[in-house]
Design a protein around this ligand. Structure first.
Ligand SMILES: [Zn+2]
Length: 292
């Protein structure tokens, strides 16, 4: 009898552990499936920002990645639009505003701008990793989504590159208080306070730097279409888990499921930048308002 009691205790402990895990896996935000719009901005334009691997440009990669992201997110029940086509190059503020202008009828709107980072003009092994830039005025939910997506992308890339980790989130502002980067500023309609940003339809906004195109390992990785599919699947899984609380798998794509650890959220880095190290301002034929 003692042995039986002991076994029951083990079962109870096991059930408690399962209960804790189920509780931890609850979505950060609960939404019904189908009600979320993701506006993907393929950063820059075709042929822009050559990488250290022959044939790679950030402006063409961002388009290919956006198309993969769109397919994976749609397969998971999200509505998706892109801010440009292959030939297009809309102004930066205008790109952010597309999320605002297309928001009607959705429960939530996410703006995500796809970029790759640069450190110097040529190949440099000393800079690698995934980082993000967001608005100074959105809530903790926004930070949590960004951390979740950054970790999913970094973990996926790192399986092959071995050098890709999460660097953190930056917030950059102009002297007048508006967000510094045009796409971010556009997505919150030039808000200068938490209250102003809260009135807008876009409560999730970020530029995501998917590693460095000046890093050989990361640029090689991003040049392979199979890896772009893997990144898209990892992102779609992260979005599904965050918004719907379900683990979605995209058909025919091998993905790695990553559960963010609790303390990952708490220790998410938010830096304030003091100069433009991210190579986002340099657009051909752009005026001040468009560029920044
Ligand atoms: Zn860029």
């Amino acid at each position: 009898m003692k042995l039986v009691n002991f076994e029951w205790k083990k079962v109870v402990v096991a059930l408690l552990i399962v209960g804790m895990i189920v509780t931890m896996k609850k979505p950060v935000v609960a939404f019904s499936q189908g009600g979320i719009l993701v506006v993907i901005d393929p950063g820059h334009s075709s042929g822009y920002n050559q990488g250290c691997v022959s044939g790679y440009t950030e402006g063409d990669w961002s388009m290919e990645q956006a198309l993969e992201d769109k397919a994976a997110l749609e397969a998971c029940g999200f509505s998706v639009i892109l801010t440009r086509d292959r030939e297009g190059n809309p102004g930066l503020y205008e790109r952010g505003q597309m999320a605002v202008q297309n928001s009607a009828g959705y429960d939530a709107v996410v703006f995500m701008s796809n970029h790759t980072n640069a450190y110097g003009d040529t190949q440099n092994p000393n800079a690698s990793g995934v980082s993000a830039i967001t608005s100074a005025y959105l809530s903790e939910k926004n930070t949590q989504l960004i951390n979740t997506v950054m970790k999913a992308v970094a973990d996926e890339m790192n399986q092959v590159t071995g050098v890709t980790d999460v660097k953190g989130i930056e917030v950059c502002q102009n002297f007048n208080g508006e967000d510094y980067y045009g796409v971010i500023r556009g997505s919150v309609s030039g808000a200068r306070s938490v209250a102003e940003a809260a009135e807008g339809p876009v409560q999730y906004t970020f530029i995501l730097e998917h590693g460095f195109h000046t890093n050989q390992a990361e640029c090689s990785y991003l040049s392979d279409s199979r890896n772009r599919k893997a990144i898209a699947a990892a992102k779609a899984s992260a979005f599904s888990e965050f918004f719907y609380g379900v683990t979605s798998s995209v058909p025919n794509i091998q993905t790695t499921q990553v559960m963010p650890q609790d303390d990952f959220y708490m220790h998410g880095v938010v830096n304030v930048c003091d100069d433009d190290t991210l190579n986002l301002r340099l657009e051909p034929n752009s005026d001040y308002d468009n560029v920044r």
